[in-house]
Design a protein around this ligand. Structure first.
Ligand SMILES: [Ca+2]
Ligand SMILES: [Ca+2]
Ligand SMILES: [Ca+2]
Ligand SMILES: [Ca+2]
Length: 424
């Protein structure tokens, strides 16, 4: 009799729980909208979006996508070990996670795999996670406990790790793969890692970060060996005013990078070192390395595109770029040959450039290395458009001088390069 009562109770409880739990297939999209959402919604349609990203993560299960509309999210997120994608619907500039000075903007501390993906956000005003009574790690992003997340297309700026490490990103007993990100003006390192296999950093700008010891740009402590490919690492500083670009204790790999404009030594790596096809101020031993003005368009205003004649054009090693990297930080083709530049890099043409941006001449809207009829068609399809910007790839690159408008200046630029013979 008692047994039968228990069974009845369990039957009632099970039916109740089934009714409470929303049935969601794997790979569900969960919507978040700071402006029109509400955490009391179900999150299953754009019209019934949640208001906070954390509510989306809480609700998600492995292989789901949390799709985040434009807005400012004052939150401190925890991925909770889930293999989910948290992705913005727009560019990073318009989808902001503000840590509110109340902790790390985003934490991966539960053994997350590379299938935990953060894509397309600005992370700012994070203040890190306390790892003991006084030290905070990971102002923008804190990775710990063997986690190894994927960070794509983010701007990580103005975060801090007081007394600790990794103002922008800290991977401690953890790693991360960081691609197409801008990591700037964070304090106590742009990226810091230790006791993990080492961060992989590709197509990133790492500029104007500060450290109270060494390695304002990237600091790699004991046990971690970072792999840094096609990055532009400039203008970082450290308390010691030296070894401010990259500082690595347990070896490191630096390929196709530009590391310059630091006071004192730019790169210090102890242990197994592979620095190649990179432009390092002060020079560095290794195949294909150079020490020359990279001819940035306007470093003073943070524009690290390459000018005509840059020694970084066609000077990288194409074989060093992982297969899944097909575009540069602008989203344009990663491999473009500049016909006017003798190839000094390695691999079969087109040869990749050093740094985050691939050079192509003005007017080559599709980045195929030529100004031809298709580029004119693209330009005229945007003719007199005044809304060009990062959100529409500068009007599909028809706005070659990036002043927001497609007009006669862009057309003249295109004609000049067309007449110059880039269309063979
Ligand atoms: Ca090239
Ligand atoms: Ca060339
Ligand atoms: Ca073209
Ligand atoms: Ca223009």
């Amino acid at each position: 009799m008692k047994k039968r009562t228990n069974l009845k109770i369990w039957w009632v409880v099970s039916v109740f729980l089934l009714g409470m739990t929303p049935t969601m297939a794997a790979g569900t999209t969960i919507y978040v909208d700071a402006n029109d959402g509400n955490d009391l919604n179900d999150g299953l349609t754009p019209e019934t979006a949640f208001a906070t990203i954390q509510k989306g993560i809480d609700t998600a299960t492995d292989s789901d996508t949390v799709l985040v509309d434009i807005g400012v999210y004052t939150e401190n997120l925890d991925f909770q070990g889930k293999a989910i994608k948290v992705k913005s619907t727009d560019v990073a500039e318009n989808t902001i996670i503000n840590g509110g000075g109340a902790g790390s903007c985003v934490k991966f501390i539960s053994g997350e795999t590379a299938d935990a993906v953060l894509d397309g956000f600005t992370l700012t005003n994070g203040s890190g996670t306390y790892v003991n009574a006084i030290q905070r790690f990971g102002g923008g992003i804190y990775c710990y406990n063997s986690s190894n997340p994927t960070i794509n297309n983010c701007i990580i700026t103005g975060n801090s790790a007081p007394g600790g490490s990794g103002g922008g990103i800290s991977c401690w007993y953890a790693s991360a793969t960081i691609t197409n990100c801008i990591i700037s003006e964070n304090s106590n390192h742009g990226i810091s890692n230790a006791f993990g296999s080492g961060v992989t950093v590709i197509n990133c700008i790492i500029r104007d970060n500060y450290a109270s010891d060494y390695g304002g740009g990237i600091r790699s402590g004991g046990g971690s060996s970072p792999t840094i490919i096609n990055c532009t690492i400039v203008g970082n500083d450290s308390y010691h005013h030296s070894q401010s670009g990259i500082w690595a204790l347990s070896g490191g790999t630096v390929l196709n990078c530009i590391v310059r404009d630091h006071v004192g030594v730019d790169v210090y790596i102890h242990g197994a070192t592979n620095v190649a096809y990179s432009n390092v101020e002060g020079g560095y031993s290794g195949q294909g390395n150079i020490d020359a003005d990279p001819l940035f368009v306007d470093a003073g205003s943070g524009d690290y595109h390459l000018l005509i004649g840059s020694p970084c054009i066609d000077a990288g090693d194409s074989n060093s770029v992982p297969d899944y990297i097909t575009t540069d930080l602008d989203g344009r083709p990663r491999f473009i040959d500049d016909p006017f530049t003798v190839d000094t890099g390695s691999g079969s043409p087109p040869i990749v450039d050093m740094g985050t941006y691939e050079f192509s001449c003005g007017g080559d809207t599709d980045g195929n290395g030529q100004v031809d009829a298709e580029d004119f068609v693209t330009l005229f399809s945007w003719w007199l458009e005044t809304s060009c910007g990062p959100q529409n790839d500068w009007c599909d690159w028809a706005d070659s001088n990036k002043d927001g408008t497609v007009n006669i200046d862009d057309l003249l630029d295109m004609i000049e390069n067309w007449l110059a013979g880039t269309d063979p």
